[in-house]
Ligand binder design. Structure first.
Ligand SMILES: [Zn+2]
Length: 200
């Protein structure tokens, strides 16, 4: 890579850190960008800087937001008695698109996968158990994790942790393809899975 000027090398290194992008693809992106108008590059660079400067994590549900108290947590029309546990912030957008769920969320930030270092203290399990303990008005916790091996393991672990608090713990109905991630579920299937959720 030394044969390229340093700014090219730097951006190739940055792109190579993205999931699924190797050095060759990264180099292709950089050469594509070099052909774009300089103004477009500035717009893109500003968007990246703003991402770092303006995006925060909600202190209650841990979703990405421009505020530390997100739009959903502070919406008086939402039902605070039901909390839906999801793997990542992006899953909230998928569930919101179904228009079926009116409660609040909790973003775990991953699923249990000890081999890859995802142990219970790394994902936000203590945060949800603390939240349930502190909020007696929470009556139901929906575990809306993908039906993958790691999603299933995490739901079993969470169910055990939450059972001692005596609230209803439910999970999405079958119907989502086994092994698939929530990210790729269509709105109708996911909406039905939410409506047909069952206690565990
Ligand atoms: Zn929030």
């Amino acid at each position: 890579m030394r044969r390229f000027p340093q700014p090219i090398v730097n951006l190739v290194a940055a792109f190579s850190r993205l999931p699924g992008v190797g050095p060759k693809t990264a180099l292709r992106y950089v050469f594509y960008l070099l052909k774009q108008p300089k103004a477009d590059l500035s717009v893109m660079a500003r968007a990246l800087v703003e991402l770092g400067e303006k995006i925060q994590v909600c202190e209650q549900c841990f979703t990405y937001s421009e505020r530390t108290d997100c739009e959903i947590c502070t919406d008086p029309k939402r039902d605070p008695s039901v909390v839906c546990v999801v793997e990542e912030s992006r899953d909230i957008a998928t569930i919101e698109a179904t228009n079926v769920f009116q409660g609040l969320y909790h973003v775990l930030g991953g699923t249990l996968n000890p081999i890859e270092g995802m142990t219970p203290d790394v994902i936000r399990i203590k945060e949800i158990t603390d939240r349930v303990e502190a909020n007696t008005n929470i009556q139901e916790i929906i575990l809306a994790l993908s039906p993958t091996i790691h999603g299933e393991t995490t739901m079993m672990y969470l169910q055990k942790q939450l059972a001692r608090h005596g609230r209803r713990v439910s999970r999405l109905a079958r119907g989502l393809p086994v092994g698939a991630t929530l990210e790729f579920a269509d709105e109708v299937t996911l909406g039905d899975a939410l409506k047909g959720r069952r206690g565990i």
